[in-house]
Write a protein that binds this ligand. Structure first.
Ligand code: NAP
Length: 419
């Protein structure tokens, strides 16, 4: 199946398959897409081996050989450093650019030496401006809250701006002193020994993120998109994110969305059938609401820093990072990834929970339009947890559970697909 692409990357020949075309954050149809994968550092090898088996089994179960993935290994992190002397070889970047869609395990961020996080670097190179984190509960997973099943949200976090833009200067540096002087000329007093960080939030960056969040809500029958911000304090950054979000909804999705203001001002609180509600919440209130009224929320669109906090808080609410999937999606490229780190103390012990990468694989199935395979992965993983067959991290919080290895957990999921 697929065409022969006579090319090598990092010395490896491209497998026979099809090149996906990604446009406006959506993948073209394919029956054998070439998908580059980065195994990841630390526990990455154990996790990837398990995840790949589960994803392949789901595809086989659903399409019986009519669809399959042409996996293509590309290198980053410690494996790349050891084999090629570089943390992120140019060939890896080019392969991801060519094939558009990739999946990765966790990568070590080298400490010191001025090397940037590889995850951040990949996001920047491919302008992956949406960080997408679906958060839902799988029955049986130990949770710190009483009714974790009430939370079922998809978080769209802006991924390129805000305090993550990296514009920061140490206290008493030449740059900080100059900026403090400049601020003085605007009538703003800043203590002279302050470090200075800049938080840029643009209309362009905000609106392209909110656009994707609304499109997702419409395509998936989600009832609302909530703009999460801290606009009561940071009016021209966080507050502007909110305003630009509403403006975009009105300009581009007026027929299919209703703002909260209109809902109560004109429609007496009665939501028209099939439309998506656009509302907004101040970030601190949002953190309360996901705990106290989780079922009132569906898709959350957030600025970068708020989204970072909110994603992990929501993941903790339904059972932690071990099973929290994620994707970074731009207009022409998408990378699916573990949301946790490399957990190096468990490397090569075959004990770690591979759930995060398995569920990221399910997100990738959805991205490919292979909804059946996504559903099969969710159902089989859910059944395995309900049977109380789990890795150490969940077993230690459950009573009467059977602790299994990473590889055995994958086998149990695959067995549940067959039954
Ligand atoms: P970490 O690797 O996420 O591990 C911290 C702890 O979280 C582990 O000791 C373990 O807790 C738990 N954990 C993580 N993954 C798990 C899984 N799959 N299943 C079950 N439990 C899991 O965080 P870190 O130690 O701060 O970071 C280590 C390295 O990872 C650093 O180099 C960091 O830069 C990098 N990192 C990479 C990514 C990424 O690639 N996306 C993200 C974050 C960090 P217990 O010990 O309690 O079992």
């Amino acid at each position: 199946m697929g065409q022969v692409i006579d090319k090598t990357y990092n010395g490896l020949k491209v497998p026979q398959g099809e090149k996906l075309v990604i446009a406006n954050g959506k993948a073209s149809a394919s029956t054998r897409p070439i998908i580059p994968f980065i195994e990841g550092d630390g526990t990455g090898a154990d996790i990837w081996r398990a995840s790949r088996r589960v994803i392949d089994a789901a595809v086989e179960k659903c399409y019986g050989g009519k669809r399959s993935i042409a996996w293509f290994e590309v290198f980053a992190g410690e494996k790349a450093k050891n084999e090629f002397g570089e943390w992120l070889p140019a060939d890896t970047i080019e392969a991801i650019r060519e094939f558009g869609c990739a999946i990765k395990g966790p990568l070590t961020t080298p400490v010191g030496g001025g090397i940037r996080s590889l995850n951040v670097t990949l996001r920047q190179i491919f302008d992956l401006y949406c960080c997408v984190r679906p958060v839902r509960y799988f029955a049986g997973v130990p949770s710190p809250v009483v009714a974790p099943q009430k939370l079922d949200v998809v978080i769209y976090r802006e991924n390129t701006e805000d305090v993550y833009a990296g514009i920061e200067f140490p206290a008493e540096s030449k740059e900080s002193c100059k900026l403090i002087e400049l601020l003085k000329s605007f009538g703003k007093e800043v203590r002279p020994d302050s470090g200075i960080g800049i938080k840029p939030i643009s209309r362009f960056g905000s609106q392209r993120l909110v656009r994707r969040a609304i499109e997702y809500a419409m395509a998936n029958g989600r009832k609302s998109v909530t703009l999460v911000h801290k606009g009561n304090i940071q009016k021209f950054t966080e507050g502007a994110f909110r305003d630009w979000g509403y403006q975009l909804a009105q300009a581009e999705f007026n027929d299919s969305t209703v703002s909260e203001e209109k809902l109560w001002g004109e429609l007496s609180g009665k939501m028209p059938e099939g439309k998506v509600l656009i509302n907004d919440r101040i970030a601190d209130s949002m953190f309360q609401q996901v705990l106290t009224r989780p079922d009132e929320y569906s898709v959350l669109a957030t600025t970068n820093l708020n989204g970072d906090y909110l994603s992990d808080a929501c993941a903790a609410q339904v059972g932690g990072l071990g099973i929290a999937p994620g994707a970074n999606i731009g207009d022409t490229c998408a990378i699916f990834e573990a949301t946790h780190g490399t957990a190096p103390k468990y490397a090569n012990l075959d004990v770690i929970n591979p759930g995060s990468v398995i569920l990221s694989g399910a997100m990738m199935m959805e991205f490919l339009g292979w909804m059946e395979a996504k559903d099969v992965i969710h159902a089989a993983l859910g059944a395995t947890i309900q049977q109380k067959v789990v890795t150490y991290d969940l077993e230690r919080l459950m009573t009467g559970a059977k602790k299994v290895k990473t590889s055995e957990f994958a086998t149990a999921i695959i067995d549940n697909m067959k039954s």
